[in-house]
Design a protein around this ligand. Structure first.
Ligand code: IMP
Length: 427
C-alpha cells in the first residue's frame, strides 16, 4: 500500500492529526508537501499532547521517517525551536529529513505579511502572519532563498542582497518601516544552518526508494481544499496547493504514486480568517459549536467561525481530490443539537446550485439550501461499532455519504485515539 494522501476537504482544522495518528502504525514515511508553520496539528500520543506546526507528525513515531518536502516554506528558527521542544520531551528528532529545495521564510516575509494585512484594513485576509504568502510570492518571482542556500554562505549572501534590496525599498518607501540589515539576517540564518545541516537531504530519492520498496508513504496535507490557492475561495486562501494534486508537485512524485486519497471532513464546518462561508451558522448555533467542539486555532488561538456541513463544498473536494474515501471527525460535537442542518445546495437569484458556482460573485452572495435532520441528543463518545451509533447519527452519515458520493470509512467520536467507529475498513 505505497502512496496515501491525506487532505482536508473544508477550510482546514478537520482533525487530520488524529487520522495520521491512526495510520501511523503502518506508515514508513510521513511527507509534508506544502504550507509552512501556518499549519497546526494537535496529536495525542500515549496521553501526551503535541501541537506541531512545521514538523511532520511522523516525528512522533520511532519507526517513521518524517520528511519536509520541496513544496514547503520553512522558517528555520521555528523549525529549530519545534525540534528542540520535541527533543526536550524525549522525541528522537534526528530522523527528520529536510529538502534542500524547500524555500526559506525570511524575516522580511513576516514583516511584509503583517504590514500588508494592516494596509488591507477591512479587506484583510486574516492570514496567520507567519510570512507564508510573501515567501511563496518570492518563490514564484524567483528571488526566494532555499534551504540548500544555507549550506553555501557566499550564495546565501549574494541572493539575500538581491532580495533585500527590493524588500527594503518596499518596507521603507511603501510602508514607512525601517530597513532590515543584511549582516544581521546572515548571521542568524548561517547560525541556523549549523543546526539544520544534518537534516538537509535529497528527499526525492528517499521518497522514491521507499515507494519502490513498497513501503507506505503518507503525504500529509496542511490547510485544506477550500484554502487552495487555485481552487479555493480566492483571495481568501493560503498561498500553496493543499489538494491531493499538490502532493505530486510539492513532494516530487507522480499521480500514479498515490493509490489512496483520504479526505478528512468535520461533521460540520469551520473556517478561520475572512472570506465567504455559505453555511456559517447563526450566532447562537455557532457558539454551541465553538464550545462543544473547542473551536480555537492551534496556531493563532483565534476563535473559528462555525457552520453546518456544506455538501456542495464536500462534493467539490471529493471530485477535485479524487477522494477514495472520507473520514468524518467530531461527530460527537453534533450531539449538542436537537436538529441538525446540512447544506445540500446553494441558491442564487432563484437558481439552485448543487455544484460550486462558476464565479465568486455568485458564491459570495449565494444562500445555503438546508435539509434538516433529527439529532440524536445523546453522548456517542462510547460508540465503537456502527450499531453503537443512534439511528439518527447513522442516517446523518448515510446522507453525507450519498451527498459526497464517496464512502465514509471511519468516524471520529472524540479526541482520543480509541474514540473511533470503523464503518468499513479502509480500502
Ligand atoms: P496564510 O496561510 O497565513 O497566508 O493565511 C491565509 C488564510 O488561510 C487565512 O484565512 C488563514 O486563517 C488560513 N489558514 C492558514 N493555515 C490554516 C490552517 O492550518 N487551518 C485553518 N486555516 C488556515
Amino acid at each position: 500500500m505505497p502512496g496515501i494522501a491525506l487532505v482536508g476537504t473544508q477550510w482546514g482544522d478537520e482533525g487530520k492529526g488524529k487520522v495520521t495518528d491512526l495510520l501511523a502504525e503502518k506508515t514508513d514515511l510521513v511527507v509534508r508537501y506544502q504550507g509552512g508553520n501556518n499549519a497546526g496539528h494537535t496529536i495525542v500520543v500515549e496521553g501526551e499532547r503535541y501541537a506541531l506546526h512545521l514538523v511532520p507528525t511522523g516525528i512522533l513515531y520511532p519507526h517513521c521517517v518524517p520528511v519536509i518536502g520541496p513544496g514547503v516554506v520553512v522558517n528555520p528558527s521555528v523549525l529549530i525551536e519545534e525540534l528542540e521542544n520535541l527533543s526536550s520531551r524525549g522525541i528522537d528528532t534526528t530522523r527528520l529529513l529536510l529538502s534542500g529545495n524547500a524555500h526559506l521564510i525570511m524575516p522580511y516575509h513576516l514583516e511584509l505579511d503583517r504590514v500588508t494585512e494592516r494596509r488591507l484594513g477591512k479587506n484583510r485576509l486574516g492570514t496567520t502572519k507567519r510570512g507564508i504568502g510573501p515567501a511563496y510570492a518570492d518563490k514564484a518571482t524567483r528571488i526566494g532563498l532555499r534551504v540548500q542556500d544555507l549550506l553555501d554562505p557566499k550564495i546565501f549572501s549574494a541572493k539575500l542582497e538581491v532580495a533585500l534590496k527590493e524588500k527594503n525599498l518596499f518596507l521603507t518607501r511603501v510602508y514607512g518601516r525601517l530597513p532590515m540589515d543584511q549582516a544581521e539576517i546572515e548571521d542568524a540564518y548561517l547560525g541556523f544552518a549549523e543546526t539544520l545541516a544534518p537534516h538537509i537531504s535529497d528527499t526525492d530519492t528517499v521518497i522514491h526508494q521507499a515507494l519502490d520498496a513498497d513501503k507506505t508513504v503518507l503525504f500529509e496535507g496542511a490547510q485544506a481544499t477550500m484554502l487552495d490557492l487555485d481552487h479555493g475561495t480566492y483571495p481568501f486562501v493560503t498561498s500553496s496547493n493543499p489538494v491531493a494534486g499538490g502532493a505530486c508537485a510539492g513532494a516530487g512524485v507522480g499521480p500514479l504514486d498515490i493509490q489512496r486519497i483520504i479526505g478528512i471532513s468535520k461533521a460540520y464546518c469551520t473556517r478561520v480568517g475572512s472570506g465567504p462561508f455559505p453555511s456559517e451558522a447563526d450566532p447562537a448555533d455557532g457558539e454551541i459549536l465553538v464550545e462543544a467542539g473547542q473551536e480555537y486555532g492551534t496556531t493563532t488561538g483565534r476563535k473559528r467561525r462555525c457552520g453546518w456541513f456544506d455538501a456542495v463544498a464536500g462534493r467539490f473536494a471529493a471530485r477535485l481530490n479524487t477522494l477514495t474515501e472520507v473520514v468524518i471527525t467530531k461527530l460527537d460535537v453534533l450531539s449538542a443539537f436537537e436538529k441538525i442542518k446540512v447544506c445540500v445546495a446553494y441558491e442564487f437569484e432563484g437558481q439552485r446550485h448543487e455544484h460550486m458556482p462558476p464565479n465568486q460573485t455568485i458564491f459570495n452572495k449565494c444562500k445555503p439550501v438546508y435539509e434538516e435532520l433529527p439529532g440524536w441528543s445523546q453522548d456517542i463518545t462510547g460508540a465503537r461499532e456502527t450499531e453503537d451509533l443512534p439511528k439518527e447519527a447513522r442516517a446523518y452519515l448515510e446522507l453525507l455519504e450519498e451527498l459526497l458520493a464517496t464512502p465514509i470509512s471511519w468516524v471520529s467520536v472524540g479526541p482520543s485515539r480509541d474514540e473511533i467507529v470503523r464503518l468499513r475498513e479502509m480500502s
